[in-house]
Design a protein around this ligand. Structure first.
Ligand SMILES: NC(=O)c1ccc[n+]([C@@H]2O[C@H](COP(=O)([O-])OP(=O)(O)OC[C@H]3O[C@@H](n4cnc5c(N)ncnc54)[C@H](OP(=O)(O)O)[C@@H]3O)[C@@H](O)[C@H]2O)c1
Length: 259
């Protein structure tokens, strides 16, 4: 079994840490730059913890960088100072594995394709892992690790992962932003966002069975210009929402015209 060190205990790191620990997958050490976070994770599980990267054991087989994309090179450089024996991976969708190349001989990516938020309990089997690595042996090790975590592991190149990431942003972050805009309007109009929750759930559930195109309903899909015009008038006092409404309606209409 690999001996693993985890660097970063934010949204992604805390989930990864919990899965690795619960499934007895060799988590040996955790680092967080905030001592209370490292301490609260490590003490409870009797795992080595530190808020100083230089104190991490240098003889682990795998180091997982779960830090924001923009600081991966900086943290990697610092970790390289430890002269670690093992491989180093990050967990980012949008950042190529090769950002680690200047610092480590063996490097890769272990990208959990899920929205991970501190305090939410995500079941590991709901998380596909996208794997990339500098060599075949590390690919195999990461595939085995991801299979042991979630049972869903895929070899995905840096370029392919970038496409998955941009579409993940569209389906997850954009949808959630629409919820935020809708919640704001309903709040101002004295209505309860709870009324929309069953609709949100069914929209997500039906695309588990149907292609998204087949699941599309609503005025644009029906070619109902009168309703669209009325919606636009109503949204005039919510300019942010109006801009989004116009843009997405235009996209829906264009797709309908093309097919
Ligand atoms: N959240 C998701 O849904 C998700 C899903 C898949 C992949 N990812 C990937 O996971 C990685 C981390 O994202 P996240 O959402 O977990 O971010 P996050 O919640 O902000 O957590 C980032 C962690 O990195 C630490 N950190 C920040 N700057 C640092 C620095 N300069 N040196 C050392 N540690 C530093 C933070 O420490 P403090 O807590 O002390 O600030 C925190 O523990 C990213 O590469 C992201 O693309 C995220």
């Amino acid at each position: 079994m690999m001996r693993i060190g985890l660097i970063g205990l934010g949204n992604a790191g805390s989930h990864l840490g919990r899965w690795l620990y619960r499934k007895h997958l060799g988590l040996q050490a955790v680092y967080s730059r905030t001592l209370v976070k490292a301490e609260s994770f490590g003490k409870r599980r009797n795992i080595f913890y530190t808020n100083r990267l230089a104190e991490l054991p240098a003889d682990l087989d795998l180091y997982i960088l779960a830090v924001p994309d923009q600081v991966i090179p900086q943290v990697a450089r610092e970790l390289a100072g430890l002269n670690p024996a093992g491989s180093v991976v990050h967990v980012a969708g949008a950042t190529p594995s090769t950002v680690l190349e200047p610092y480590f001989k063996r490097y890769g990516v272990l990208y959990p394709l899920q929205t991970l938020t501190l305090g939410r309990r995500i079941k590991a089997d709901q998380v596909p892992f996208c794997i990339e690595a500098s060599d075949e042996e590390l690919k195999k090790q990461l595939l085995d690790l991801a299979m042991a975590i979630s049972g869903r592991a895929y070899l995905v190149s840096d370029a392919e992962r970038a496409w998955l990431h941009v579409t993940a942003v569209m389906v997850n972050n954009f949808s959630n932003h629409l919820y935020t805009l809708a919640a704001g309007i309903l709040d101002r109009e004295g209505l309860d966002f709870d009324l929309l929750r069953p609709l949100i759930l069914e929209t997500a559930r039906k695309v588990q069975k149907l292609p998204p195109r087949a699941a599309q309903t609503g005025p644009a899909a029906r070619g109902d210009q009168k309703t669209i015009a009325r919606h636009r008038e109503m949204l005039a006092k919510y300019p942010d929402s109006l801009a989004v409404y116009k843009c997405i309606t235009e996209s829906l209409v264009q797709l309908k015209i093309k097919n």
